[in-house]
Design a binder for this molecule. Sequence first.
Ligand SMILES: [Zn+2]
Ligand SMILES: [Zn+2]
Length: 139
Amino acid sequence: MDNITSTFKEKKLKLTPQRIAVYKYLCSTKEHPSAETIYKALHPDYPTMSLATIYKALKTLVEVNLVQEINVGEGNFRYDGNAIPHPHIQCLSCGKVDDIEGIFFNHLNETIKDYTDYDVLSNKIYFYGICHNCKRKEK
Ligand SMILES: [Zn+2]
Ligand SMILES: [Zn+2]
């Protein structure tokens, strides 16, 4: 929470209750929800908050680097309250997205420089597989 207060102050952005609610929700979950999922989750507490407002809040939070936008190849984005780059894995059966912890690929930005004349700034790594639950169901 201190994060969002100081970042918004620094960028001179208005800290609206909607933006706080979206950020709080994202920090409270590891599910990497879509905007629609966030909308449904917040609706009981914020019945007047529209999906468009959620999208706007997410856009701002991504712009100030508090939230990470993830695109695992679906039609829509998912969001992550952990803005530090980390690899993700998606289950091809149920569609859930998990963090992979304890391994980082930042060194690839350096490695890749031998293969491109770009100034490499970042990378996003996604893995795909079958999650534990789906594996159990198949048996
Ligand atoms: Zn699964
Ligand atoms: Zn994540």
